[in-house]
Design a protein around this ligand. Structure first.
Ligand SMILES: [Zn+2]
Length: 169
């Protein structure tokens, strides 16, 4: 069980098309959905950006029971330089630098290789990347294409291998 403190920023090159309050609302609603990560016993606390930055900068946490994560909407260019690949969202899980980079194009339009509608795609991304922060790795897809996809399968590039869903935690 983890207490996760979180906040959201939108990079300056993405603020024209994405609004921070909208992103915060989606993340809040997804994290608190009874089908989601609270089922595992985790607690989520949204904090203001300035408070969250202090928490992360101080690097005070010595327990994996408490983490602070920055969700950051970023351009393809930034994702490539921060994560080392493009076209995907990514989670940086280092103890001192927990950050989820949300790809601005995927956030706005979803993924052509995933059949989820935009609302569910965003919920999937929040659950998937937050579970990376909580220590989970990727898993394979089920053999039966009619089975629901696990949330730790990369559903952005699912290509119909299983039935995409944000909720198979
Ligand atoms: Zn992943």
């Amino acid at each position: 069980m983890t207490q996760l403190f979180w906040y959201v920023i939108v990079d300056s090159d993405c603020t024209r098309t994405v609004h921070v309050d909208e992103v915060s609302q989606v993340i809040h609603d997804t994290l608190h959905d009874p089908r989601g990560l609270i089922k595992l016993g985790h607690e989520f606390h949204q904090v203001p950006v300035n408070v969250g930055r202090v928490i992360r900068a101080k690097r005070v946490w010595r327990s994996s029971d408490v983490v602070c994560v920055e969700y950051r909407v970023s351009s393809e260019k930034t994702i490539r330089s921060e994560c080392g690949f493009g076209g995907l969202n990514c989670a940086k899980t280092q103890f001192t630098d927990r950050q989820v980079l949300l790809h601005v194009d995927l956030w706005r339009k979803g993924s052509v290789d995933c059949r989820l509608d935009l609302d569910d795609y965003r919920r999937y991304v929040v659950n998937h990347e937050t579970l990376h922060i909580l220590g989970r790795d990727h898993v394979e897809w089920p053999r039966d294409p009619n089975e629901p996809c696990p949330v730790m399968f990369q559903q952005t590039i699912a290509k119909g291998r299983c039935v995409e869903t944000p909720w198979k935690i």
